[in-house]
Design a protein around this ligand. Structure first.
Ligand SMILES: [Zn+2]
Length: 324
């Protein structure tokens, strides 16, 4: 790697950090954002020797009314007010993880691609701003098959976004969504989700690797069954050295509502009572073990810890650090 004196002076710390982890190095020009634009949405941290990059895919707005199945709107509004959030609609954010371990680059979920709300779809720009290249992705691991997690794998025109990646999916999730009888029996409102799964995975169906929970999938990454949100919804323990983190996927939607009130169910939870039981069990466990957690729908960079609070829990974000 050749560096000009200007590069070296401009970002010696960042360059040293990038070089140490074998990451491509950004030039100052690449790192520039136009005035008025938000900072690039990536955040890097380490779990032992594993480098994790949280990659933001923007947000979707969802009216608050009807969002929580088993709570009064007034109570939901109160929870929003307590978290200093608006009373009419919720900004649901999307944060995927890129994991660098042993020279490999693994993604956990892929964001909305070009199929989401107009305020989403920032994933690729942020991924590239983090110095990462879709061609270098060796594995894509999916937590479950909702569109905001899988559509980034294949654009609307059918093109594959990660041409060199092996695809790993929860066996229970595959069994449910690829079952034609389940699709035919589903209410009309859900048929689109089945079609979406077939659109994304159809072309690679014969190569997809289906995994069961409990067995290490990739170095340091072990799937844990977390059913309820969807039948095969999966969370992942990430471990290296003495460090551990639980990748909580959609165990909760926004923490201000569902970490705080774990018995509440979002409309996206396919089996509300089962999702709530899973949520309590996992939140209890990570709180007791003081284990770091990453959520898909928590405020960016969507990483922190869980503390017990009253009858529920509180998410405590990590302190943002300029050092990886
Ligand atoms: Zn989701």
């Amino acid at each position: 790697m050749r560096l000009s004196r200007r590069h070296t002076l401009a970002g010696a710390g960042a360059l040293a950090a990038s070089a140490a982890f074998g990451l491509p190095v950004l030039s100052p020009a690449q790192a520039q954002a136009p005035a008025g634009a938000q900072a690039p949405g990536f955040y890097r941290y380490k779990i032992g020797d594993i480098v994790v990059t949280a990659i933001h895919d923007g947000f979707g707005r969802r009216p608050l009314e009807g969002f929580v199945r088993n709570a009064e709107l007034a109570d939901v509004k109160r929870a929003m007010a307590e978290a200093f959030l608006p009373q009419d609609a919720l900004q649901i954010t999307f944060t995927t993880l890129a994991i660098q371990h042993g020279g490999k680059l693994t993604l956990v979920d892929t964001g909305n691609g070009d199929s989401g709300a107009p305020t989403s779809g920032t994933w690729m720009a942020n991924f590239k701003a983090a110095g990462l290249d879709p061609k270098d992705v060796s594995s894509v691991v999916f937590s479950h098959f909702h569109g905001d997690h899988i559509n980034g794998f294949r654009l609307k025109d059918g093109s594959a976004v990660f041409p060199n990646a092996e695809v790993l999916v929860p066996a229970a999730e595959w069994a449910f969504w690829m079952d034609d009888a389940k699709m035919n029996a589903a209410p009309d409102g859900m048929k689109g989700a089945f079609a979406g799964v077939r659109r994304v995975f159809g072309p690679v169906a014969k190569d997809v690797r289906r995994f069961e929970p409990g067995k290490e999938l990739l170095p340091g990454l072990t799937p844990v069954a977390a059913p309820g949100h969807t039948p095969g919804h999966t969370v992942f323990a990430l471990a290296s050295g003495n460090d551990r983190m639980m990748i909580m996927s959609d165990t909760t939607n926004h923490p201000a509502l569902f970490v705080r009130n774990p018995d509440w169910s979002a409309v996206f939870d396919m089996d509300g009572p089962q999702a709530a039981a899973t949520r309590r069990k996992l939140l209890d466990m990570v709180a007791a073990e003081r284990m770091q957690v990453a959520f898909y729908h928590a405020p960016f960079p969507a990483v922190g810890f869980i503390a017990r609070e009253g009858n529920g829990f509180e998410m405590v974000p990590v302190q943002w650090s300029s050092a990886v």
